[in-house]
Design a binder for this molecule. Structure first.
Ligand code: ATP
Ligand code: MG
Length: 510
């Protein structure tokens, strides 16, 4: 009652409102939690609910329909499960799971439902998109034609990636998988590519290290972190890659280029298996349910290069998978290898021998990116892979006491230089011009007089050296992407000058 109302007025307005109220039964389907265990609620009494539907429990907690039985639903809880109890009412929201999308998420760390985890305010987004969206049709796609530069010489020169490609990063525990993907993210800081890093089942400290590395290297405001950490509910971990994919698709569908890193899908598969076993789905190979291939295929199919009439945006995916003792033929790695357009295999022996990134040149492949590689880089990297593979064989042979002749010695010397150049510390991405200059100098023998141990020094100093002494050449390569003979000669001369400065005596390496 307000001050200027008499009690009679007040009563009259109430009466009038009551008279207008329609008193009729309202039909609402309400289900009930019949059983509750391990983050899964068995819900009865919701006969019309479909797969993936978003359900709401009495206390406000959300769950999604993970599998449907004849008269019950196995719902996976997304929120804190402690205050949901058997007998609680459950309603179907009539919607599916959605996440906020938009540029406001850039630079933020959020959970798979878009809620902030970095202590900041909720991101000011205007759209909510479903986490499961159909992959673009074939007719809506275009060929992968532009390169996605990672700044890692071993990847860009030998296994070039294209925008819209899906490339698996696979290797044993602690072989630098995350580091390689983070390098790719950091290298986008001066490009127009937007990045999404999805952590599935990672320890909080590991995620923190990634966020820190991206921040310290100045790429934070181009990246969204979607974290379904080890401590999060299995339901949240399960939806994390899908949620991240939707956030990245927003940029793809707006004509931009996006990159998504999913770290990692082996853990995601384990979460899927856990949920499937708890909901009594029949286990198949390695106890994974039968739909595990479909799960990851429908996720990764969403990475694509769109046709120009749809804006020409692209979404590149770098899923990560972990192997056990280098076993690439285990179930999940083989599945992922067959879904993606290639794989970068990291080898634990190379890693422990300090050849990092530990890219296994023999087992890695990029099936589409080579066509997108800039002509300048293609011109100088053609022989590197063959030379390096031959060197690895010869090295093995000479280790067992083979007596090398002069030709073999030269091949070994060249191989050692390739290996020294391909070993690259973290967070030290090279530009296109640096990579072209290094490989051109290598091919033309300009590095043969330099001791192998000086090569890391040369690689570190080269970007500044080129900027100071040959900025015109760098601009020329960046603009045209091509390498005419004159340009190549000038570049090699610039590298040779730096080599002379580093090692004036020109001592030949042992
Ligand atoms: P996990 O299996 O635990 O996820 P991972 O395969 O993702 O491990 P990283 O965490 O990326 O591996 O790397 C493990 C360690 O190797 C890092 O802490 C880092 O110190 C080192 N490392 C990785 N890449 C390089 C590199 N290029 N140069 C030097 N050190 C590296
Ligand atoms: Mg990792």
């Amino acid at each position: 009652m307000t001050d200027d109302q008499t009690p009679r007025d007040w009563l009259e307005t109430r009466r009038a409102r009551l008279a207008q109220t329609v008193l009729a039964p309202e039909a609402r389907i309400v289900g009930q939690v019949a059983r509750l265990a391990d983050g899964i609620a068995e819900v009865t009494g919701l006969p019309d609910t479909g797969l993936g539907a978003l359900l709401r429990c009495e206390n406000g907690a959300y769950a999604f329909a993970h599998s449907l039985d004849r008269d019950l639903i196995d719902a996976v809880l997304l929120d804190d499960t402690t205050d949901v109890a058997v007998g609680d009412h459950v309603t179907d929201t009539g919607d599916v799971m959605r996440v906020p999308v938009g540029a406001a998420l850039l630079g933020r760390v959020v959970d798979p439902l878009g809620r902030p985890l970095d202590g900041g305010p909720a991101p000011e987004t205007h759209d909510l998109w479903p986490i499961e969206r159909p992959a673009p049709e074939i007719i809506d796609r275009d060929l992968v034609s532009a390169p996605l530069e990672t700044g890692v010489l071993a990847v860009d020169s030998l296994f070039a990636l294209g925008r819209g490609q899906r490339e698996l990063i696979v290797g044993d525990r602690s072989t630098g998988k995350t580091s390689l993907a983070v390098d790719a993210i950091i290298n986008q800081k001066d490009t127009d590519v937007v990045c999404v890093y999805v952590a599935v089942g990672q320890r909080a400290s590991a995620v923190e290290r990634v966020v820190e590395a991206v921040r310290d290297n100045g790429a934070l405001d181009r990246c969204i972190f979607v974290v379904g950490g080890a401590a999060a509910a299995p339901g949240l971990q399960w939806i994390a890659p899908f949620a991240g994919m939707t956030m990245a698709e927003y940029f793809r569908d707006n004509g931009q280029d996006a990159l998504i890193v999913i770290d990692d899908l082996t853990r995601h598969a384990a979460t899927h298996r856990e949920l499937a076993l708890l909901t009594r789905e029949p286990p198949g190979r390695e106890a994974y349910p039968g739909d595990i291939f479909y799960l990851h295929a429908r996720l990764l199919e969403r990475a694509a290069k769109l046709a120009s009439d749809l804006g020409g945006g692209s979404l590149t995916a770098l899923p990560i998978a972990e192997t056990d003792a280098g076993n690439l033929s285990a179930y999940i790695p083989t599945n992922l290898i067959s879904i993606t357009d290639g794989q970068i295999v990291l080898n634990s022996h190379l890693f422990s021998a300090n050849h990092r990134p530990a890219v296994d040149v023999g087992l890695s492949v990029s099936r589409v990116g080579g066509k997108a590689q800039k002509p300048a880089l293609r011109a100088v990297s053609g022989r590197v892979r063959l030379d390096y593979a031959q060197f690895q064989e010869l090295e093995m042979f000479t280790r067992f006491g083979g007596l090398p002749n002069t030709r073999v010695k030269a091949q070994i010397a060249r191989g050692e230089r390739i290996r020294a150049l391909l070993s690259q510390p973290r967070y030290s991405g090279l530009r296109l011009a640096d990579q072209v200059a290094l490989l051109a100098a290598l091919a033309d023998g300009a590095l043969d007089t330099l001791p192998v141990t000086s090569l890391p020094d040369l690689r570190t100093r080269l970007p500044r050296w080129l900027d100071d002494t040959a900025a015109g050449l760098v601009a020329q390569i960046d603009d045209s992407g091509a390498l005419p003979d004159a340009l190549r000669r000038s570049l090699v001369a610039a590298v040779a000058a730096l080599a002379r400065q580093i090692s004036p005596a020109g001592t030949t390496s042992p």
